[in-house]
Design a protein around this ligand. Structure first.
Ligand SMILES: Cc1ncc(COP(=O)(O)O)c(C=O)c1O
Length: 478
């Protein structure tokens, strides 16, 4: 060993946040902790049964067992065109303007390789899904962040970019409905983005992985804008729309030259999606709209339970208009990683530090500019509701009580006590006031003394919380 050196390119990537969080979570689970996972956006609801049946049937057909060439099954591409026209009123040429993907993430990951040269720039909102900068760096591109602000509805403004950056910019990443902020874009914004992209010869990509998870606000496609197909592509995912995260299925639509370039990369590295899964995708697209509406209602219910619950205990988190994330300011002076680590260790609640979506802890190309991220944390709402009428009680070890037992974590010195941020989400719609009132608290305010790492293992908590785990700090920003 010791002979294999990783490429310098890989050195630009920060640790993949979700993997690290999962590692810590699994350690706690193994130690018997009853974990409530509000971390990665992975729906707990099963894939619609019609889709599962379609896969069962199609995978027994030997015709699906061969290489899935043709850059997507023609019948699947026609089904996408029908669905897109019905949902967005946009007509697509199935052969030139549609490309099936092994999940949206795969397409996003490969796109910069298809359209960027070393030194080209990606314009990326901050905060954003971490794959955008990662994919750019893997293609030896550079990143320019555009700050998003709550006042501007988390929509980027293009007016502050300097001419030198505009000359080098090749790709603009957008993501509406937005992870992590839950913001939605309207037609006027997409028109501004298309005009901007046209003026500067930039390809604009809208990652629409949450296109169908909208509670309030417009459901708009980038391609609805006149001229968008000249400069734009949009990525759609089956993951959240049909509870199919594990299936790895998505598609890109829009500008034919960009899709052709992306398909060329894919021809050489992956040979497209298993045909049986594409056929199952056809079954998904044929589901009546009401099925999607029911799913959105479930998420809306969970959103309201969690947001109302947090408001009740004094944490005024925003109510997102779309997606199943809450982007909340941390009500203490802690950095997001400290806060999330504490929630995990004290409350056994997994959350995602906001820093993972911002500049800090990233590679050298986007150092700095992270101050407005440090007090934010993303919460997923897709946590299990009661199953079979029973609340999950976890599997506490004999020696350690679970965090859900009344009274365990109540600490007199905490100024604000957040009753059950975990359990509001956990019980979903079935949560009831009395039960919640009996639950224990997770602190959000902590004295300087308690903030020192020594306090983590001190006093009464050390006997209750013996896990040595913590979220490792991300890559230093120096
Ligand atoms: C904004 C965004 N884009 C893309 C993805 C990945 O989607 P897929 O499962 O289709 O790869 C995610 C997953 O969480 C996401 O949040």
């Amino acid at each position: 060993m010791g002979r294999i050196r990783r490429s310098e390119r890989l050195g630009k990537l920060p640790p993949y946040l979700f993997v690290e969080i999962d590692r810590v979570k699994n350690e706690l689970v193994e130690s018997g902790a009853d974990i409530v996972d509000l971390g990665i956006g992975d729906p707990d609801l099963p894939t619609f049964p019609e889709i599962v049946s379609a896969l069962r049937e199609s995978c027994t057909d030997p015709a699906t067992h061969r290489y899935p060439l043709q850059r997507g099954d023609p019948s699947f591409k026609r089904a996408i065109a029908r669905w897109y026209e019905a949902r967005y009123g946009v007509a697509l040429d199935p052969e030139r303007e549609i490309l099936p993907l092994i999940g949206t993430k795969e397409g996003i990951g490969h796109l910069p390789l298809a359209v960027m040269n070393p030194g080209d720039l990606s314009l990326i909102p901050d905060p954003a899904f971490p794959i955008y900068p990662a994919a750019t760096w893997l293609a030896d591109g550079e990143v320019r962040l555009i700050k998003l602000s709550e006042q501007e509805g988390f929509l980027p403004s293009f007016t502050g970019l300097i001419p030198r950056d505009l000359d080098r910019a090749k790709l603009l990443f957008l993501n509406y409905p937005n992870n992590p902020t839950g913001a939605v874009a309207n037609e006027a914004f997409f028109k501004t983005a298309v005009d901007f992209a046209r003026e500067h010869g930039i390809l604009v990509l809208n990652d629409a992985a949450y296109s169908e998870v909208i509670y309030e606000g417009p459901r708009v496609s980038l391609l609805q804008i006149d001229g968008a197909k000249d400069v734009g592509i949009e990525f759609h995912s089956f993951s959240k729309t049909f509870n199919m995260t594990g299936w790895r299925l998505g598609f890109a639509v829009g500008n034919p030259e960009a899709l052709e370039a992306l398909a060329t990369v894919k021809d050489n590295v992956d040979s497209c999606v298993f045909t049986a899964i594409q056929r199952a995708g056809e079954a998904a697209l044929a589901l009546p709209d009401e099925r999607l509406e029911e799913l959105v209602e479930t998420y809306r219910r969970r959103r309201d339970v969690l947001v109302d619950g947090l408001h009740k205990v004094g944490w005024n988190v925003p109510r997102p208009h779309a997606t199943f994330y809450i982007w909340a300011r941390i009500p203490t002076a802690e950095r997001s990683q400290e806060f999330c680590a504490r929630l995990l260790r004290d409350g056994h609640v997994v959350t995602t530090p906001g820093v993972g979506f911002g500049a800090a802890g990233r590679g050298p190309n986007c150092r700095g500019g992270c101050e407005n991220q440090r007090n934010a944390v993303g919460f997923r709402r897709g946590v299990p509701e009661r199953r079979g009428g029973q609340a999950r009680t976890g599997a506490p070890s004999r020696r350690r009580p679970t965090c859900h037992e009344p009274g365990v974590w109540t600490m007199a010195e905490y100024r604000i006590s957040l009753e059950n941020i975990s359990l509001y989400g956990y019980h979903g719609a079935s949560a009831n006031e009395r039960e919640l009132g009996q639950r224990t608290s997770v602190s959000t305010d902590i004295t300087a003394r308690q903030r020192t790492s020594a306090s983590w293992g001190s006093g009464s908590r050390s006997t209750l919380m013996s896990s040595p785990t913590s979220l490792r700090p991300s890559r230093p920003t120096t």
